[in-house]
Design a protein. Sequence first.
Length: 108
Amino acid sequence: MKNILYIICLVFVFSHQVHADASYDRGKDKSATCSACHGADGNGENKMYPRLAGQYKNYLIHALNAYKSGERNNAIMSGFAAGLSEQDIIDLSTYYSKQKGLKIIPKN
């Protein structure tokens, strides 16, 4: 019985890691549209747009869902977010949360 539980746990952990990596890769692929304003890796130089790199994944998920639902009102972001699926939001949030960014000081 212990062996069966051990195998189930291993399968769950392994499948979760594979999914997490796939989510990152899909997020990177989907970030092309975002890079126009937020930079290639979420560290855009234009101070008009927030840096996404290094933000908490849950924050990014919440923000994108808020734009999608209309809770946050921004014509550009609401338009982009409207076309995102739940998986798209998770993928993008995974990608940007794993980028180096919050510790990078913006140039003046």
